[in-house]
Design a protein around this ligand. Structure first.
Ligand SMILES: C[S@@+](CC[C@H](N)C(=O)[O-])C[C@H]1O[C@@H](n2cnc3c(N)ncnc32)[C@H](O)[C@@H]1O
Length: 221
């Protein structure tokens, strides 16, 4: 996997269970996407539909629930954590849904190089690693550079939906979008509660959901 200089994640050496390992060996060939082979949503999914891309789905239970609930949409999950990918593939195979695909990749690289331009209808990031220490904040996923990558892949009026339980990260995200006239604040869509969110709630954290539409007026001329 290609590595960036400043990464937004640390590869946790969490143990892969036997079931996760076996689900990867059985189902990767069906649901896994090799970025080097190229990703074309029209060829990668059996049915055409608006594309939701989720960055950092963790164990993937909430992504799976969303894909089950919205069978008319296609879902692409981007994650670097092997056990999470194994867990999601197990759930996908058990539920027999067909509208989900997975790439094992740094999402920033995927947005920069592997997803077609103007192809994404929704880009969602639920509980990105918060990197709370000042000296680590350069690792935060959402910054001005990220908005350029999002603008590359989003359709006109495409949606970016971000949730976090870190108030200062929420403020930083809002400030970053406010300074970019290509994005307009919009109503937050419903979503499924995530694993990391449940933990945050147990600690008494407040949850911030933020959504923007991509409206590149220059592009529309
Ligand atoms: C705090 S966890 C949240 C997981 C899940 N969204 C949830 O709410 O339960 C953040 C996840 O983002 C993934 N991640 C962080 N940076 C990433 C990147 N650049 N590309 C892909 N995944 C990334 C991590 O591996 C981790 O699984």
């Amino acid at each position: 996997m290609e590595s960036r200089q400043v990464r937004s994640y640390v590869l946790r050496q969490g143990r892969m269970t036997a079931a996760q390992r076996s689900s990867i060996s059985k189902y990767w060939k069906i649901f896994g996407i090799d970025p080097m082979a190229g990703f074309n949503p029209l060829e990668s999914f059996p049915r055409e539909g608006p594309l939701t891309v989720e960055i950092g789905f963790g164990m993937g239970d909430s992504l799976l629930a969303m894909a089950k609930a919205e069978s008319g949409r296609n879902f692409l999950g981007l994650e670097v954590h092997g056990p999470g990918i194994g867990h999601l593939l197990l759930g996908v195979s058990e539920s027999e849904i067909k509208n989900i695909r997975v790439m094992k990749i740094d999402a920033l690289t995927a947005l920069e190089k592997h997803l077609p331009e103007n192809s994404v209808n929704r880009l969602q990031i639920f509980f990105p690693d918060p990197w709370p220490k000042k000296k680590h904040q350069k690792r935060r996923l959402v910054n001005a550079g990220f908005l350029d990558l999002a603008a590359r892949v989003l359709e006109q009026n495409g949606l970016v939906h971000i949730a976090t339980d870190w108030a200062d990260y929420a403020d930083q995200i809002k400030y970053t979008f406010l300074n970019d006239c290509r994005f307009l604040s919009t109503e937050v869509p419903d979503r499924v509660e995530t694993k990391y969110e449940k933990r945050g709630i147990r600690y008494g954290n407040q949850i911030f959901d933020i959504a923007y539409r991509f409206c590149d007026l220059i592009d529309q001329k």
